[in-house]
Design a protein around this ligand. Structure first.
Ligand SMILES: [Zn+2]
Length: 440
């Protein structure tokens, strides 16, 4: 860790004299950069929020922009962000990756089939595109259809890959198509990234690709890197970036990274917005001393079904963030009106923002189908069919606000029924019944 501390101080030394922004930041936080001498001193620096970099990325550059190249994220965790990289940083990145490939017997010039959301393959209107200098074969993630599969498979086999890598959802789709076609595509490693990975996905991919699944964690900002070892441990690369774990109320921790290689664009204590669960205790069976993280538990993107039945990974659209924004707007609005109208103890919103449900409780606080019927009837009267409050990305803020207005009206009726101790006059028919069988 000594090397890491030394490098961190070097990053600050470079940051301090070159940009007003860093001088101001140190001055405002009251921290003398010279006082940051060991790893234990690092938490005295303020945390850096993603939004600050998004708002003015050039302010974080301490070398001339012409000596670096910009990189724009695909927005897997929301809105895109632009960062700048030095050539040395890119070489460092490659070296870190190659070291990790070695754990799985991959050579430094490993030939990789790459599937990510959008790619040159899509832009050029082709299914695959080879980049010889990078030993990569890009495969369009948007076209693993049964019709296109034979051509894609021919190109992949002709390429003779050591590994397949890309977004978990994209690789899962390809694996599913291969399985359905009765095909196998043996490689030495499957390198997944950018999304959380489920047990089912692992099983499918390891059956089709007949190789270990290596989940890789990184970001466009390149402040921290972690990867699976052959024993399944999730190891931080401490020479790549200093990783701090910021505890959250729900037991997870946010990854905060301070990179040790990109001297032209130093991000100090950068909040990644990515979360991990508790780290396993004790040494990893692989024997490596690199610290371990818990499973990444804060980024997940699914595939969406297009109207023609194709499964499409769409992280670049920021749809999950939109769902959460809409859901939060709805939940906040409804909680406000139920509180204002005195029924908050009886009409409750539950679940994640993108997947809200509601509970209807009678005057005694017990779940009640008659009160549920009353609410559904009143929503219907206002033009809302609402068996639950799950939002869709197709909805607008106006739709959400209209729903809140209708719920507000329904709450006034709900209150009357509670006061009367009987919802029957407002139910408009028999009580609804659950149609799901309960397994206990
Ligand atoms: Zn390990």
């Amino acid at each position: 860790m000594c090397a890491a501390v030394t490098s961190s101080r070097a990053a600050q030394t470079r940051a301090k004299p070159n940009r007003v922004m860093y001088r101001r930041g140190f001055a405002e936080s009251g921290v003398d950069p010279a006082s940051i001498r060991t790893l234990d001193d690092l938490p005295r620096l303020p945390l850096l929020d993603r939004r600050a970099v998004m708002a003015a990325p050039r302010d974080f550059a301490v070398q001339p922009l012409r000596l670096m190249w910009p990189s724009r994220s695909s927005g897997t965790s929301g809105q895109p962000i632009t960062v700048y990289r030095t050539p040395g940083s890119s070489a460092f990145e490659q070296a870190a990756l190659q070291r990790q490939w070695g754990w799985f017997g991959l050579p430094r010039d490993a030939r990789r089939v790459v599937l990510r959301g959008s790619s040159i393959a899509v832009d050029r209107g082709v299914l695959t595109h080879e980049i010889p200098g990078d030993h990569q074969l890009l495969v369009s993630s948007f076209h693993p259809t049964p019709e296109a599969l034979p051509e894609i498979l021919r190109a992949i086999r002709a390429f003779r890959p050591h590994a397949v890598e890309g977004w978990t959802s994209s690789l899962t789709l390809l694996a599913a198509r291969l399985r359905d076609a009765g095909e196998r595509l043996p490689v030495q490693a499957v390198i997944t990234s950018s999304e959380t990975i489920s047990t089912l996905q692992r099983e499918l991919m390891s059956a089709v690709f007949q190789a270990p699944i290596v989940d890789h964690y990184g970001q466009t900002e390149r402040v921290a890197m972690a990867s699976n070892c052959e024993a399944g441990g999730y190891h931080v690369f401490p020479d790549y970036g200093i990783v701090e774990l910021l505890p959250m109320a729900d037991g997870r921790a946010e990854i905060v990274g301070t990179p040790l290689h990109n001297w032209g664009f130093p991000l100090l204590r950068y909040r990644t917005g990515d979360f991990v669960g508790p780290a396993p205790s004790g040494p990893c069976p692989c024997g490596r001393a690199f610290p371990r993280l818990g499973a990444v538990a804060g980024r997940s993107e699914d595939a969406f079904v297009a109207s023609d039945g194709r499964l499409i990974p769409l992280p670049s659209e920021g749809i999950t963030q939109r769902l959460h924004e809409l859901g939060n707007r709805l939940a906040t609005g409804i909680r406000q009106v139920t509180t204002d109208l005195g029924v908050a103890d009886h009409l409750q919103i539950r679940g994640r923002a993108s997947n809200l449900v509601f509970a209807t409780l009678d005057p005694d606080g017990k779940p009640s189908q008659p009160y549920r019927t009353l609410l559904l009837r009143q929503l219907l009267t206002g033009g809302i069919i609402g068996p639950s409050f799950v939002v869709s990305a197709a909805l607008t803020n106006t739709d959400i606000d209209h729903t809140i207005d209708v719920v507000a009206h329904a709450c006034t009726v709900y209150k009357k029924a509670l006061d009367a101790g009987d919802p029957t006059p407002w139910m408009g028919g028999r009580p609804v019944k659950p149609v799901f069988r309960r397994y206990v």
